[in-house]
Design a protein around this ligand. Structure first.
Ligand SMILES: Cc1cc2nc3c(=O)[nH]c(=O)nc-3n(C[C@H](O)[C@H](O)[C@H](O)COP(=O)(O)O)c2cc1C
Length: 195
């Protein structure tokens, strides 16, 4: 990247921080879209847990519907919306599985209750009754009393490596500002889009 091209990942961090400062309730809420084997799209919210030079990081159960989608097609789209600052960020790219060590580090920061719940759940699989899930969680809590709750092997992180990032800013009279960063060989090409 040459010196004059702004780094869009740094801008995502700056916009996220500005929204948090402005009192955004859940600036980490990020919606991600994946593609099923039959080509059907689906989306759901996850928490944005990290931003690096490589991309945007979230954690999940890789056996889930999204995990299965990403295993056969790593293309992913994500959006963040900050109502407090009138901004939207759209990201399109590839989801890469992160090494288990990254998941271990985040797993350690999670409350014990969250770890037990994640361990007791096979995310996205059908559930016969809520009582069964609670019983499974309680049995696990009893079995692991006084011991660490190990990270389920399938509970891992993905990094969304963006090929395209759009920064949208609300402007008066709906003449919104849209700035598109498209990844090129070395850095990013910047262009504007009509609102
Ligand atoms: C604000 C918000 C944050 C969420 N964060 C996560 C998350 O970080 N990881 C996750 O696996 N699910 C998260 N969920 C639950 C997902 O939206 C979804 O229900 C779950 O991952 C199963 O999705 P799937 O069946 O499409 O794989 C979150 C839900 C909400 C509303």
């Amino acid at each position: 990247m040459n010196k004059t091209t702004p780094d869009p990942l740094k801008r995502i961090a700056a916009w996220h921080a500005a929204a948090a400062r402005a009192g955004e309730k859940q600036p980490d809420a990020m919606t991600i879209a994946t593609i099923a084997a039959d080509g059907a799209p689906s989306l759901r919210y996850v928490l944005l847990k990290g931003l690096s030079a490589a991309g945007l990081v979230f954690f999940t159960d890789t056996r889930s519907r999204k995990g299965r989608d990403l295993a056969h097609d790593p293309r992913i789209a994500a959006a963040l919306r900050f109502g407090t600052t009138g901004r939207q960020i759209r990201v399109e790219g590839l989801a890469r599985l992160l090494p288990a060590e990254d998941a271990n580090i985040y797993w350690e920061t999670r409350p014990r209750t969250s770890r037990l719940s994640a361990s007791a759940s096979f995310q996205s699989a059908p559930l016969l009754s809520r009582e069964l899930l609670v019983a499974r969680r309680d049995a696990l809590a009893e079995r692991l009393a006084g011991r660490v709750v190990p990270r389920p092997a399938a509970w891992l992180g993905y990094c969304i490596e963006p090929g395209r990032i759009e920064f949208w800013t609300q402007k008066p009279g709906r003449l919104h500002h849209r700035e598109l960063f498209t990844r090129i060989l070395r850095g990013w090409r910047i262009s504007l889009l009509q609102p």
